[in-house]
Design a protein around this ligand. Structure first.
Ligand code: TEU
Length: 532
């Protein structure tokens, strides 16, 4: 019975450990830092933390390159710290969802160290080798094949060359992964966020990477071998999912995952086509169309998110992080959190944290941005143009340290922060937010509270309401009652007309009661009402 699943009723908070809180002064966030902020998260009201990787890693991709799945990276702490985090979180009814990165390992993982020793090594077949590279490209620029001198073949890496892809065609790899997952499940974790999981069914010879023919067979097998009977939250990162595909993952009958992170609303809500780094014009109409299509999911469950550690800050990307920073941050929150699905908050989103103005490539740490910079520079793009792209959508925008205080380094560290702290921490910080009833933080807190109080938020049907282009309005219905959510995603005023009467105002980012028969919405105004 879907209705008994805790993960449908909760709100998840993503922590990027490097940038959350540094307890030991080395400039990098750590597990003790997280523990010290659990009270803050409890106050926000979240029920789970998605913890980006904290495993042992040479940090070529900030921990998404794992060299030991059952050890903690020294910079983050020890296994004892991890156990303490699990225990302290549990005391506050917070589950810990671990990041599961099993499309690839680090090149320093013992399996790969062995595998590259020779063609007949027992671990050779844990990875993907070829005598000649084919046309597959790495997400982080260039060919996905790297020549290994020692053993005389190329190995596949869909990400950095220090992230060799595991060979899911080899059943032994499955078993190793399941054993490792069970190790974590036995520790009492709340689930897994599965990194680029849609790539594990790849068929190299056909140059198929995402959504390969055996993908769902593997995930069903994984479910049965590990978390299947445990009522854990499992969320797959699936850049290539359509609603039809999402149902394959999340239809409970199929026993695969709880839900997926779908990206259509992130990648396609633009007027023009173009790749990640190209400048494109945000379209509210497109966003409405895409999200309404996803809300109609019947056999599965949605995740809801604007942000993560790979994406620019929503308030900078589609909101207005100047004049309307507070209002637009709240509007995106209200719009998302009253939809059907499990909402995810990325650290700092609840403060309305913004993108960072990277001036020089030297300030940028992210491997994706740095590789793209080199590639585009060589292809003749100007430095200015490339830095513009990085400022707009580079991954480090989300990775600057969490802004706790107005003080030095935003209270994130006593040392030298690994990535620049945004100077706007003097205004935008958790201390300020706590003491200001009008802060973005309290809007998130209120939304989380509404979800706990009202079943309609979780189970109600969704219907998009026809409205002006920049107004996103929808109706949720549950047990004969109706709830209206309206958001003006614009710097301009907009008309909104319906035949509804607002009976009970549930949340609003303005200080007056909306008169629904015909209202003029202010810039970035949003509210939700029970209506008749
Ligand atoms: O991301 C998958 C991924 O493809 C991203 O790199 C994304 O495509 C990119 O930002 C868009 O340009 C996951 C993790 O979330 C990411 O942090 C890792 O770098 C990547 O996998 C490799 O593990």
């Amino acid at each position: 019975n879907m209705k008994e699943n805790w993960w449908q009723k909760t709100v998840v908070y993503q922590i990027y450990p490097r940038s959350f809180m540094d307890a030991n002064g080395d400039g990098v966030g750590d597990l003790q830092g997280i523990i010290s902020k659990l009270d803050y998260l409890e106050k926000l009201g979240i029920g789970a933390i998605w913890l980006s990787p904290v495993y042992q890693s040479p940090m070529d991709d900030n921990g998404y390159d794992i060299s030991d799945y059952q050890a903690i990276a020294d910079v983050f702490g020890t296994m004892a710290d991890m156990d303490e985090l699990l225990m302290e979180a549990k005391k506050r009814n917070i589950q810990i969802v671990m990041d599961l990165v099993v499309n690839h390992t680090s090149d320093e993982h013992k399996w790969f160290v062995e595998a590259r020793k020779s063609k007949d090594n027992a671990y050779r077949d844990y990875y993907i080798w070829a005598d000649e590279p084919n046309g597959l490209q790495s997400t982080f620029s260039g060919s996905a094949w790297e020549f290994d001198e020692e053993s005389g073949q190329y190995f596949l890496h869909l990400f950095s060359k220090r992230q060799p892809d595991l060979n899911w065609g080899n059943p032994q790899v499955h078993q190793e992964v399941y054993d490792m997952m069970n190790f974590w499940i036995d520790k009492g974790i709340g689930g897994f966020r599965m990194d680029v999981i849609d790539l594990i069914g790849k068929e190299i010879d056909q140059e198929i990477t995402g959504n390969g023919p055996k993908l769902h067979e593997y995930l069903h097998e994984m479910n049965q071998a590990t978390f299947g009977q445990k009522n854990l939250l499992t969320v797959g990162e699936t850049w290539g999912a359509t609603p039809e595909i999402a149902e394959l993952y999340s239809d409970p009958k199929r026993q695969e995952l709880s839900m997926v992170f779908q990206f259509e609303h992130i990648t396609n809500a633009y007027l023009d086509e173009g790749e990640k780094w190209d400048k494109k014009e945000f379209s509210v109409s497109k966003l409405k169309e895409i999200l309404a299509k996803w809300q109609a999911l019947e056999k599965g469950w949605n995740s809801l998110f604007w942000n993560n550690h790979d994406l620019p800050r929503i308030v900078s990307n589609w909101g207005n992080d100047g004049k309307y920073r507070l209002k637009s941050a709240k509007t995106f929150a209200i719009l998302l959190h009253l939809m059907k699905g499990t909402p995810y908050i990325y650290q700092g989103e609840e403060l309305g944290m913004t993108n960072y103005s990277f001036e020089l490539i030297e300030e940028v740490n992210d491997i994706e941005s740095r590789n793209m910079f080199a590639e585009r520079l060589a292809a003749g793009h100007s430095e200015n143009e490339i830095m513009d792209s990085i400022r707009r959508v580079g991954r480090d925008n989300a990775r600057t340290p969490m802004q706790w205080t107005a003080g030095e380094n935003a209270g994130f560290t006593d040392g030298k922060p690994w990535l620049a702290v945004n100077p706007n921490h003097e205004e935008i910080n958790a201390d300020q937010a706590m003491s200001d009833p009008d802060s973005v933080f309290y809007t998130y807190q209120k939304l989380i509270e509404l979800r706990k109080q009202h079943d309609w938020v979780i189970y109600g049907d969704f219907k998009l309401i026809d409205s002006e282009a920049d107004v996103f309005a929808y109706l949720r219905t549950y047990k004969g009652k109706k709830y209206l959510v309206v958001a003006n995603l614009s710097d301009e005023e907009n008309q909104f007309k319906t035949g509804f009467v607002c009976r009970d105002l549930l949340i609003h980012n303005e200080n007056f009661l909306p008169e629904l028969s015909q209202i003029k919405l202010k810039a970035w105004e949003a509210f939700a009402c029970e209506v008749e």
